[in-house]
Design a protein around this ligand. Structure first.
Ligand code: SF4
Ligand code: SF4
Length: 295
């Protein structure tokens, strides 16, 4: 079983549309939507959820105002300025301390120092994980709560589940829609993958993003190929990206032209290759090139 991860330097490069097409073209695969901060693969693959579970990425502190004596120790030790003196009174004192759940980083220091044991430190519910069936096969995806962090941990969980399903059903490919950028979630998306495909666009930021993302995949020793999406929007920059890719030892596996049919496909919840259009031919070529270099 192999893992192919599709990533990009930033969101909006067409990465997810390409993953959806790969899912439609692959014979036997499990799809893992690891872009948990902006999961939108479900809009195209229209999954039917068969299993869901809560995700906890860490603990969070909460002051039980009834036990608080307002000594102020917790505010003093919190390095994240998450504690303020504006909590409710409790019959003995008119005001207690309060923890801002958004600012709390879950380090637990306040609970450790509170002599009154007035701080509850319990696992927080940060999101949900889903296992679904789609017309292209099984899919594992997730939803992170608003302003929740620890998406790297959730990404790892999505990948682990997808691999387990692939093993169980004897499917030979896990297709990962990776997180964009170069932060913690994308590192969780790519570590241990067999191959990465970087989707980029012919813009100056696309050129720069390719540099950053390919530095990251090189650091983790992942064989990397490149797809230039909407390459004909700026042919000069597209050829600059090709040159840069070659200089970095990256193979350009394919180029997908700009095609208004791609937007129509999205509107109708279709993968590009599920519609007759020129971009669909480009994506098929891209898939063939990637598949042919699979060892
Ligand atoms: S350390 Fe405990 S008792 Fe003191 S203010 Fe904080 S919560 Fe209240
Ligand atoms: S758990 Fe850490 S970050 Fe959260 S309020 Fe307590 S000391 Fe501050």
């Amino acid at each position: 079983m192999r893992e192919l991860v599709v990533i990009s330097g930033k969101g909006g490069t067409g990465k997810t549309s390409i993953v959806a097409s790969f899912a439609a073209l692959a014979d036997k695969c499990v799809v893992a939507d690891a872009d948990v901060d902006a999961a939108d693969l479900y809009l195209v693959l229209e999954p039917t959820i068969v299993h869901r579970e809560k995700f906890s990425g860490g603990s969070r502190a909460r002051i039980m105002s009834g036990h608080c004596t307002a000594c102020g120790k917790c505010e003093e030790v919190c390095r994240f300025d998450a504690i303020t003196y504006d909590g409710p009174g409790n019959g003995r004192i008119s005001k207690t301390y309060r923890i801002d759940p958004i600012a709390c980083e879950g380090c637990g220091v306040c609970a450790y120092f509170c002599a009154e044991k007035a701080i509850e430190f319990a696992p927080a519910e940060n999101g949900e994980l889903f296992v679904s069936e789609t017309r292209c096969g099984p899919m594992v995806h997730a939803r992170l709560g608003v302003a929740e962090e620890n998406s790297g941990k959730l990404v790892s969980l999505v990948r682990t589940r997808a691999k387990a399903i692939a093993q169980e059903r004897k499917l030979d490919l896990v297709l990962i829609d990776g997180s964009p950028g170069i932060g913690c979630p994308v590192i969780s998306s790519i570590t241990g993958a067999d191959r990465a495909l970087v989707v980029t666009e012919p813009t100056l930021s696309g050129l720069h993003d390719l540099e950053r993302v390919s530095d990251l995949t090189r650091h983790f020793g992942i064989e990397t190929q490149v797809c230039i999406n909407k390459w004909d929007v700026n042919e000069d920059l597209a050829s600059e990206i090709e040159t840069q890719a070659r200089q970095r030892g990256l193979r350009v596996a394919g180029k997908v032209r700009y095609d208004p049919a791609v937007t129509k496909a999205q509107v109708h919840a279709q993968a590009i290759v599920e519609r007759r259009c020129e971009a669909a031919d480009d994506v098929r070529d891209l898939w063939r090139n990637l598949r042919d270099t699979r060892d």
